[in-house]
Design a protein around this ligand. Structure first.
Ligand code: GLN
Length: 575
């Protein structure tokens, strides 16, 4: 295939550089925030584990679900370039908004008619629980811990506080005071991020596709380079935002994420000309049409964005009230619509291929539901129950989020090379077999971690190597499923419905994040001030939930392996 563009860099259209850098910074901000969020909710706002994991699940679900609206608005009216710009502006505001933290929630203990504050002397798993005597000059404090079984609070130096050395849980009451202004800023910021990603994520990927003409053989490697950008951003953010957020203060971690996104926006605006007219509105005149007084179609698109912000904020605020059944129902309704389209509008080869695409869209659910524990329950587990010392240095839990991205950058080329070698011998697994393997890996990763947890006894800290191991196994699974799935969707969906099908891929990826939140809530432990009160009980719960999800995923993978020849036939040589 010959290509006619004059402005290329390393053989690729130079627009790829802009999209690579913009998406790298967007993912930098997203993953920087994602690594800190669950710890921020449990330790700063003092939400229970259940409430935090459900909120986290709903939020990370909405982030992907809203891409379908951003995608449709760009296809019909805005064009990708304007949609990405609008999304990037909302993201800068959202991430910077996260940096307004206030002084956090306070947990007040009443005991024997006096009030004390239970708090942490820092952030992350290395912080100590302390009790502060309120309304006393100089406010003396003492370290506290909980006895095994969590039935009594132990005070290290009780004399200064006038407290006994051990207080039964039944002898005191706790209440939490929250600064509602800062809580609302958090919800608004999350809603801005949901809407920003909704306008940006699918559309920037479409623009990568736009850089290459039909049949251009550079397309696949262009996407591989783009995927590296995603993971480079994620890698750097997990280290820098994770470290700053835990060691210096939440606002510095979130603030850096915001500055990263600002860099992305500036690059995207400054070098738009490199896109050479790609991603422009399909009908610029229509965009300027007046619909309501001075309001144009373009204004209405942005107003829709404001509507999404409002709806997302309400949903995130009330995530713990949203009945799980409604989310499941949404998934079923959309599936019925997609099946209806497939059987009514498509025939023959097109219909069979679309059915295969729908199979892959659904088959990703068990994978992400387990994989996405990474940011929530696994992150909390790493924080609380893993010996995080490496080379004499205690590594903050969110920094371990960088492992996934680092493994992707290292193993993506190796795995690609593996497929080529296997293909030469006619042994390259088909796409449905790779999917089954991906889901199997998600389960296997958890069973490997559980093995490591059991070695260290009932309440012992788990060795950090098992965190490396689970992320490595999960990353190999991700490489068998995520990029393979994106490519399969673009090949299997008819050209006129590829946008919708891609939207559906992300939507179900989002619903899997919600399911992940429910699983994570199942691991929820009893905490005070975000710290465990009963280590052994918490560890037993993690072991039970992780073993169960591990076996369930592996059983699903087995069924997927059995049906894979049928799916391969439905693909009709598109593999
Ligand atoms: N890790 C990829 C990204 O951030 C895929 C995410 C997903 O599909 N859930 O783009």
């Amino acid at each position: 295939m010959t290509h006619t563009d004059t402005n290329t860099l390393f053989g690729h259209p130079r627009g790829l550089v802009i999209l690579f850098l913009t998406e790298m910074w967007e993912r930098f901000s997203y993953y920087g925030m994602r690594g800190l969020l669950i710890l921020y909710l449990t330790q700063h706002f003092l939400f229970s584990d259940e409430r935090s994991t459900v909120l986290y699940g709903a939020y990370t679900a909405l982030v992907y679900v809203m891409t379908i609206i951003g995608g449709v608005l760009a296809d019909r009216y805005l064009g990708s370039r304007k949609a990405v710009t609008f999304g990037a502006i909302l993201l800068v505001l959202g991430h910077l908004g996260m940096a307004f933290e206030g002084s956090g929630s306070r947990q007040i203990m009443s005991f024997n008619g006096a009030e004390y504050q239970l708090t942490l002397d820092g952030r992350g798993g290395d912080a100590n629980q302390i009790v502060i005597a309120l309304d006393q000059p100089g406010q003396p404090s003492s370290r506290i811990s909980f006895n095994d079984g969590g039935s009594a609070m132990l005070v290290a130096e009780p004399a200064a506080l006038g407290l006994p050395a051990a207080i039964n849980v039944s002898e005191y009451t706790l209440r939490t005071e929250t600064q509602s202004l800062y809580l609302n800023i958090l919800y608004l910021s999350l809603a801005l991020i949901i809407t920003g990603v909704g306008f940006l994520k699918a559309n920037i990927s479409t623009m990568v596709g736009d850089l290459y003409g039909f049949g251009d053989t550079r397309r696949d490697s262009g996407f591989t380079i783009f995927y590296m950008g995603i993971n480079l951003g994620s890698f750097l953010a997990s280290i820098f935002c994770g470290y700053l957020g835990i060691v210096y203060g939440w606002k510095y971690g979130f603030g850096l994420a915001g500055i990263g996104m600002l860099a992305g926006l500036v690059i995207f605006l400054r070098y738009q000309s490199w896109l050479e007219g790609r991603g422009e509105p399909p009908d610029p005149l229509k965009l300027r049409e007046k619909v309501l007084g001075p309001l144009t179609v373009e204004n209405l698109c942005y107003l829709t964005g404001l509507g999404i912000i409002a709806v997302s904020m309400l949903l995130v605020m009330n995530a713990h009230l949203v009945h799980q059944g409604y989310v499941g129902m949404l998934g079923v309704i959309i599936l019925v619509v997609l099946l209806g389209y497939t059987f009514m509008a498509l025939h023959g080869v097109e219909r069979n291929r679309m059915l295969a695409a729908l199979y892959f869209i659904l088959a990703q659910i068990p994978f992400w539901a387990l994989f996405e524990q990474g940011g929530s329950s696994l992150n909390l587990f790493t924080d609380r129950l893993v010996d995080r010392s490496l080379f004499g240095f205690s590594v903050p839990a969110p920094v371990f989020q960088s492992l996934n991205a680092a493994f992707i950058v290292i193993f993506a080329p190796l795995l690609a090379w593996c497929w080529v070698i296997l293909a030469r011998r006619g042994l390259n697994p088909s796409t449905p077999v790779k999917f089954a393997l991906g889901v199997f890996m998600a389960g296997l990763g958890f069973l490997a971690l559980v093995g490591g947890m059991k070695v260290s006894g009932a309440a012992g800290m788990t060795a950090v190597y098992f965190i490396f191991l689970i992320y490595w196994i999960h990353t190999i699974g991700e490489l068998m499923l995520s990029p393979v799935g994106l490519s399969a969707v673009t090949k299997l969906a008819p050209a006129r419905a590829v946008g919708m099908t891609m939207g559906a891929w992300f939507l179900y990826s989002g619903l899997s994040n919600y399911l992940a939140g429910i699983i994570a809530a199942g691991t929820g432990a009893d905490t005070i001030g975000g710290q465990l009160t009963d280590t052994a009980a918490a560890k037993a719960t993690y072991i039970e939930v992780y073993t169960n999800v591990g076996y369930v995923a592996m059983s699903i993978a087995l069924v997927m392996l059995l049906v894979s020849p049928v799916i391969k036939r439905l693909m009709q040589d598109a593999d």
